[in-house]
Ligand binder design. Sequence first.
Ligand code: AMP
Ligand code: ZN
Ligand code: FE
Ligand code: FE
Length: 285
Amino acid sequence: MRIDLHTHTVASDGTDTPAELVAAAVAAGLDVLAITDHDTTRGWAEALDARPAGLTIVPGAEFSCVYYDPTGRRVSLHLLGYLFDPDDPALRAERSRLRESRLVRAEEIVRRLAADDFEITWEQVGALADGATVGRPHIARALVAAGVVPDVSAAFSELLSSRGGYYVRKADTDVFDSIGLITAAGGLPVFAHPIARRRGPVVGDEVVAAMAAAGLVGLEVNHPDHDADDREHAAGLARDLGLIGTGSSDYHGTNKTTRLAACTTDPEAYERLLALPAARAPVGP
Ligand code: AMP
Ligand code: ZN
Ligand code: FE
Ligand code: FE
């Protein structure tokens, strides 16, 4: 069994359509694929329509969250929510609020870049996103198209990093509220790339313990942004806290160099996840 539990499509900041993602999953030899676009369920229907008989699809989303430590330090973090009810009013409203906040914030990032004579416009970025959950990768592609940077990854390292002057925060959900919302919608919250330091500050083990006490069910252990030590640490933490350790590629099509199924979830971990009560069942064999 080959299982990839974290992927993106054009419904957010990936470059494959949901149908193309499903085809890519088959080509990569996957048996189970989760579709987890940022703050939206928009890609679910097309992915499920395109599903071949042999593939199982786990509908999900990746939720933008924030944690403030006692000293007021802000840490941005992501929760994967699996198998929640897409019509749950509270979670639905929160997804919508998050997408709106992303729009306002992306517009401000573009304004700051344009003010410094990087020749991109909000119209271009909006056209690239085309109704999807907008994110920095869309701005990165506009910068590539304008000839400012050679590729998306250079756009991030040179201009869009969370540590740089053009970065603007979004109004992300308090991580404990998000765990509550996902759980109340019948979903299973899993902490995505918990030790991805390259992206910005990360939380300590004690915060993960508090998240576990609040209802977190899993921790992404095998992720492209985790090195061998990170994976070992995350696996140990998951074991200590009784969390399910997952693995996934966080595939974004050509917006990243990571291939689909580059990291995968152990079938035993997947079975543990499925044994938990959820609003929906995965679709497929
Ligand atoms: P945002 O959601 O707008 O804050 O943008 C974050 C997204 O940008 C992540 O989910 C990744 O898809 C992508 N990203 C972050 N860092 C990089 C990077 N160095 N290169 C390419 N994509 C990145
Ligand atoms: Zn993304
Ligand atoms: Fe993420
Ligand atoms: Fe992701």
